[in-house]
Design a protein around this ligand. Structure first.
Ligand SMILES: C[S@@+](CC[C@H](N)C(=O)[O-])C[C@H]1O[C@@H](n2cnc3c(N)ncnc32)[C@H](O)[C@@H]1O
Length: 248
């Protein structure tokens, strides 16, 4: 018996991995994060028990896993995007280890990857930005020391901010001194869902645009000059004069 933490991807049920889908089809117990995982991801399952974890607290989720373990039943624990990012799997894993219940993680397509795909851009351009910082806005759960937005913005890298759209005005104020008011910023709402939408503007202009669209939840904020740059150097990888193992 194993608990499989499965990344469901950003919304579109076609964006789950083959491995994740096979497990969902065959596991007799499914526990899914119903606030962000669409029901369509579970289509074709043959489970005898399907639980929406959005309605449960941690102890109840662990109880359900422990019961499945006692009955020798595999569990598909389905999280949105990739489970390793803001999925709260760390605390579940700690209990599983204590209880001696085996687990495995099946990765998924992140909201960051889905949003970059929707915008049709690369997040790492030579000479512009070679680093992407994935973070979240510290609202109810504070950020650790050294991880305030201003600390991260100082690097002027590409920045992906989760769980922050409600605080966009404050975020813009914190970023502007570091990136400049003309820096491109995108807010991607429900990437890959049927009602997906997005806005691409500058730090100076984004708040008005997002207010007009009414995005309040499930939106990713991407910031950085890679979002609107055509004046960058080409990569060494495909440069004709650059030799490497596969192109001596
Ligand atoms: C709890 S985090 C989960 C992140 C997820 N584990 C991942 O790998 O993308 C939820 C936040 O991720 C972002 N997010 C998740 N799905 C999204 C989507 N389809 N489009 C845009 N942002 C999304 C939003 O910022 C949302 O508030």
């Amino acid at each position: 018996m194993t608990v499989y933490f499965i990344g469901a991807g950003p919304g579109d049920p076609d964006l789950i991995t083959v491995k994740g889908q096979r497990l969902i089809h065959r596991c007799p117990v499914i526990i899914y994060a119903g606030s962000l995982v669409p029901a369509a991801v579970l289509e074709g399952h043959s489970a005898q028990t399907v639980i929406n974890s959005a309605e449960l607290h941690l102890a109840q989720i662990i109880d359900a896993m422990q019961l499945a373990h006692q009955q020798g039943l595999d569990v598909a624990r389905v999280h949105s995007g990739d489970p390793s990012l803001y999925g709260a799997i760390g605390e579940q894993i700690r209990y599983l280890r204590e209880l001696g219940i085996p687990y495995e993680i099946v990765p998924g397509v992140t909201a960051v990857a889905a949003s970059a795909a929707l915008l049709g851009c690369e997040l790492t351009l030579p000479d512009i930005a070679q680093t992407v910082i994935l973070t979240r806005y510290g609202d109810k759960s504070p950020m650790p020391a050294g991880e305030q937005l201003a600390d991260l913005a100082r690097h002027r890298t590409t920045l992906a901010i989760h769980l922050g759209v409600k605080h966009l005005e404050r975020i813009v104020e914190e970023l502007r001194p570091h990136y400049g008011g003309d820096c491109p910023i995108a807010v991607v709402h429900r990437a890959t869902w049927p009602d997906q939408d997005w806005v691409l503007d500058t730090l100076d202009g984004i708040v008005r645009q997002v207010q007009a669209k009414g995005f309040r939840r499930t939106a990713l904020i991407l910031v950085g000059h890679v979002l609107a740059s055509d004046g960058f150097a080409e990569s060494a990888l495909y440069r004709a004069s650059h030799a490497h193992l596969y192109r001596p």
